[in-house]
Design a protein around this ligand. Sequence first.
Ligand SMILES: C[S@@+](CC[C@H](N)C(=O)[O-])C[C@H]1O[C@@H](n2cnc3c(N)ncnc32)[C@H](O)[C@@H]1O
Length: 233
Amino acid sequence: MTATDYDNFADAYAAENESGLFNAYYERPAMLRLADDVSGRRILDAGCGSGPLSAALRARGAVVTSFDVSAAMVNLARQRLGEDADLHVADLSKPLPFADAEFDDVVASLVLHYLEDWSGPLAELHRVLKPGGRLILSVMHPAGFPVTHPDDDYFALTKYSEDYIMDGQTVWLTFWHRPLHAMSDAFAAAGFRIVTISEPPPSPDTPAEMLPPDKVKGSGSFMCFLFFVLESA
Ligand SMILES: C[S@@+](CC[C@H](N)C(=O)[O-])C[C@H]1O[C@@H](n2cnc3c(N)ncnc32)[C@H](O)[C@@H]1O
């Protein structure tokens, strides 16, 4: 997968993201809960996709700037957010077109796991955040990797691909697995302090028939994504 592969299945991904269990009832509600009161805050949505999180943050009073490497995803976000939305095509692996200390918060939903190297991206996100600003992010839960890839080494940075059915279309996504300590080391090296690690349950309004019975444990939670709230030092 190249960084712009979402150009090839932007519509299918956006449709799946809109109402599917993992995004609509799990990931997005969790990010919004972690962000809490965002009224008046300047927020950068990194890897915004078709913009559902940007829209939800804006509806809660945030002033949102968004970017994605995929022009097709940014087009979808523009349709959702309107012509005057502050939207950019930009690559998180390269220098970002934003000023130092421009944002109170950065949200990065399900994007960092596409990147082999986190040092440059995290340094850039640190640069555009105000001192004390928050980076709120979600990634594939690293503990899921040894379950799905029992022959691979949990402790190694590893590239892997998986196929997904999105809106009836089969698409291949390529990820970079890294162990938990490599994530925390990268956060610390970029000048972030971990405030919260979250493994939340799905949203209470999830329709029961959407929940995978084999995955939901007694706590009502399931292994899927891992969430962090970081503070910029
Ligand atoms: C799983 S989607 C998540 C979209 C959105 N954050 C959400 O949760 O609805 C991942 C997004 O990350 C974007 N992406 C992947 N690599 C990127 C990069 N290097 N820079 C910016 N965006 C990237 C993809 O184009 C895609 O839109």
